[in-house]
Design a binder for this molecule. Structure first.
Ligand SMILES: Cc1cc2nc3c(=O)[nH]c(=O)nc-3n(C[C@H](O)[C@H](O)[C@H](O)COP(=O)(O)OP(=O)(O)OC[C@H]3O[C@@H](n4cnc5c(N)ncnc54)[C@H](O)[C@@H]3O)c2cc1C
Length: 428
């Protein structure tokens, strides 16, 4: 039987391999690291003595490819609606203990400059609930949906409007991991079309109940049994005129590709460009910084449930509280990536303490995680460099959040890219 070799056990590689496996084809995943998950994984942090995620990840209920993947690996119930979302005027909006409030789905926000709190309900009426939101701001959403490929988000929207500062800008930075001045409007349009544009059922926040690996990675590895080879880095691909001929893993470990065999390269863009000379791929990237604060046991008695709060007017952008860890995320964080961990923690903790109503509480133990190449730079110029899944070598396909899915570099985009590559192979 012909074989499919998937290179990379991130979400793109795993989602591809799961579909190939389900179609009854032979599949082997080759992963360079000693673990799976790539940029979306959990691990035991020795300093905090807790399992943490490399970074907080937010999904939306309309992320259909991600939800389909979770169903396929038997983890559909591992995503939850965060507590606190939908609670206006809180401190209760972000609870560290106690009973979860019963609220409609939405996003709770805090303005770190003036202490203002508001909730943006999931659904089309959201813009009217943003401080300063006016009826005509609805038109911004329509303008975005008609954006051409060269437009930036800030180029389309009214950057002076309060709704830009309090909604569109945090949304753009969160979704595209780049400032609204640089971010491609067409990618925001694609997200809006698949989420906000479909109503509340498609744009409610979702977070992992336990950890990224528990939701997205470990169930997939279980499904794939022993078909994932770790510490198995692809060193080079021998390419003939129209097909990939063999894979070199170093030290004489060489896989010759037979007729009908396929390779799916699901590695980051710079690695793909190294392996395939002349490949057109995005080159720039943007960083994401996460700070995970270990909360005192008596304050962290929450047993189930996750809280989420959007933050504007400060350095921190999103605050997640889960299992005794309060984590802040800062996207488009290249300007912070060079700062020392101590300085960063000192800047972020007062904001976290304010959000949690902890006043001048001393800073607890903290782990700073800097992902310097969290995503490719999602500018209008760079998205023109995204290749599709098919290459000029008939048995060599591409996957990864940086390939041309029409979506931003997200969990949804990565999983869809893997599913697209699998569909190409399965359909022949
Ligand atoms: C801090 C952070 C926060 C994020 N927040 C969100 C969020 O809130 N919501 C959201 O939807 N998305 C978010 N993302 C984006 C999301 O995590 C990524 O889009 C997704 O994980 C990318 O998956 P991938 O499979 O395309 O790439 P990767 O995860 O990079 O996987 C590539 C894999 O290939 C392996 N590899 C590399 N070279 C080789 C080789 N030569 N041979 C074999 N294997 C190789 C790597 O080790 C890796 O496992 C975030 C990302 C980060 C870093």
């Amino acid at each position: 039987m012909s074989s499919v070799h998937v290179i990379g056990a991130g979400l793109a590689g795993l989602s591809c391999a799961v579909r190939i496996d389900a179609a009854g084809l032979n599949v082997t995943v080759h992963e360079a690291a000693g673990y799976a998950g790539g940029r979306c994984r959990s691990y035991l942090d020795s300093k905090l003595d807790r399992r943490i995620d490399n970074g907080n990840h937010l999904l939306l209920s309309g992320n259909r490819s991600a939800l389909a993947y979770l169903s396929e690996i038997g983890a559909a119930d591992s995503l939850v609606a965060p507590e606190g979302a939908g609670v206006a005027g809180a401190p209760p909006a972000l609870k560290i203990g106690g009973t979860p409030p019963c609220v409609p789905p939405g996003f709770a926000f805090l303005d770190l400059e003036n202490g203002g709190r508001w909730t943006v309900p999931a659904g089309l009426s959201c813009l009217l609930r943003v401080p300063g939101g006016r009826f005509r701001d609805y038109l911004d959403g329509f303008r975005l949906s008609r954006a051409g490929p060269g437009a930036t988000v800030a180029g389309i929207l009214d950057v002076e409007a309060p709704v830009f500062r309090n909604f569109w800008e945090p949304l753009c930075v969160g979704v595209l991991n780049i400032s609204a001045e640089e971010g491609a409007a067409s990618l925001m349009a694609a997200v809006l079309g698949e989420t906000l544009g479909l109503g509340a059922a498609a744009c409610s926040p979702r977070v992992v109940r336990e950890g990224l690996s528990e939701s997205f990675i470990l169930p997939a590895l279980k499904k794939l049994e022993n078909k994932v080879l770790f510490n198995h880095r692809l060193k080079s691909i021998e390419l003939s005129v129209d097909k990939a001929a063999s894979l070199d893993f170093g030290g004489g470990d060489n896989v010759v590709l037979g007729d009908g065999d396929h390779v799916v390269l699901a590695v980051p863009p710079l690695t793909a460009a190294d392996l395939i000379p002349g490949l057109e791929a995005p080159r720039g990237s943007r960083a994401i910084v996460n700070a995970h604060f270990l909360m005192e046991e008596k304050r962290s008695s929450v047993s189930a449930g996750v809280s989420l709060l959007g933050l504007v007017g400060g350095v921190s952008q999103w605050l997640f509280v889960r299992g005794g860890i309060a984590s802040v995320t800062i996207s488009a964080a290249d300007h912070l990536a060079g700062e020392s961990n101590e300085v960063l923690a000192g800047r972020l903790w007062p904001e976290v303490a304010m959000a949690l109503g902890l006043g001048g509480a001393p800073m607890p133990p903290v782990r700073i995680v800097k992902e310097k190449r969290a995503t490719f730079a999602q500018t209008p110029e760079e998205i023109m460099r995204r290749p599709g899944p098919v290459t000029k070598w008939r048995n060599l396909l591409l996957a990864g959040d940086w390939t041309n899915t029409g979506l931003p570099a997200t969990i949804e985009g990565a999983i869809r890219s893997g599913q697209n590559a699998a569909a190409e192979i399965i359909s022949g």
